[in-house]
Design a protein around this ligand. Structure first.
Ligand SMILES: Nc1nc2c(c(=O)[nH]1)N[C@@H](CN(C=O)c1ccc(C(=O)N[C@@H](CCC(=O)O)C(=O)O)cc1)CN2
Length: 287
């Protein structure tokens, strides 16, 4: 068997085209949606991701602003900036690029962003809303994974899904979103003893560990959908995911590669959340 590729780059482009049309309509009667991105310090990967987010905003017509702060910025200074942005009516979405320098408490920062401007979907109120099924912004990476599975009409109802990794921004919300789609979900992590046994039972595997070749061909049930969320560098310094893509593709039914899979979808779903934040705010104002 040779797996079908779930092309995140192409899917992200089609999401962005849809958003662009929406934003053009908004601009005819009102203003464009606005996103402020905050980057603290000079982490090279974060600089690339932030640049890509700003460019993606511009491509779909979202007004974006980048607040670049030095690595020595204190937590109090960052929180004060967030309070200012929370109160600014021209700002629909706020995003603080992670990771933050070690002296800043990430959770404190996330909780300071107004939940209705938290387009990353990391605020505890948004996580809680998604868990209870009452709405809220969805964390962009797992939201992108769901869109990728839906794009190939993967039947999630009754499927056994294995999420490998339990981070707050990917693993845990991923499990909830798969559950919402009526999958039977298992979450594996660094203390899981029988990973291979669990993986062989799975119809869907989402690998979000941050370690090369955590998922190998001998762990995959023939025909399974394998979504790679890892972002690692191999021995040659080349970007790779958590899945041994070349070998797993011989067994799986669907596979999403790194690069060109979940990464572009993370940015597309950020744009989608920003547009949603804008629409919700307009609705509130007109009520
Ligand atoms: N505030 C946030 N911080 C971080 C998030 C997030 O969703 N919100 N996620 C990651 C980084 N990230 C977005 O910020 C991100 C990572 C990777 C990609 C991507 O498109 N990757 C490309 C490859 C890029 C390359 O060549 O280096 C791909 O997979 O094709 C997009 C977004 C942590 N921080």
């Amino acid at each position: 068997m040779s797996a079908k590729i779930i092309d995140g780059k192409a899917l992200a482009q089609s999401v962005r085209t849809g958003l662009k049309e929406k934003v053009e309509q908004f601009k005819l009667s009102s203003r464009a949606p606005g996103l402020t991105v905050i980057l603290v310090g000079d982490n090279p990967a974060s600089q690339v991701y932030v640049r890509n987010k700003i460019k993606a905003c511009s491509d779909v017509g979202i007004t974006s602003k980048l607040e670049k702060l030095p690595a020595e910025t204190s937590e109090a200074e960052l929180l004060a900036l967030l309070e200012k942005l929370n109160a600014d009516d021209s700002v629909d979405g706020i995003l603080v690029q992670l990771p933050l320098p070690r002296h800043i408490n990430e959770q404190e920062v996330i909780e300071t962003i107004r939940a209705d401007k938290d387009v990353d979907g990391f605020h505890v109120a948004n996580v809680g809303s998604v868990v209870t099924g009452i709405g809220g912004f969805r964390s962009c990476t797992p939201y992108g994974v769901i869109k990728m599975l839906e794009s190939v009409d993967y039947p999630l109802t009754g499927a056994h899904a294995l999420v490998i990794g339990r981070s707050n921004i990917v693993g845990k919300p991923m499990a909830i979103m798969l559950l919402e789609k009526n999958a039977t979900v298992t979450v594996a992590h660094s203390k899981t003893k029988n990973l291979k046994e669990l993986a062989l039972q799975a119809d869907v595997i989402v690998a979000a560990v941050g370690k090369e070749k955590v998922v190998t061909a001998d762990m995959v049930k023939p025909g399974a959908a394998v979504i790679d969320v890892g972002m690692n560098r191999n021995a040659e310094g080349k970007l790779c995911g958590d899945v041994d893509t070349e070998e797993v593709a011989k067994v799986a039914g669907y596979i999403s590669p790194v690069p060109g899979g979940v990464g572009p979808m993370t940015i597309a779903m950020l744009l989608s959340n920003t547009v949603e934040a804008y629409e919700r705010r307009l609705q509130k104002i007109s009520q």
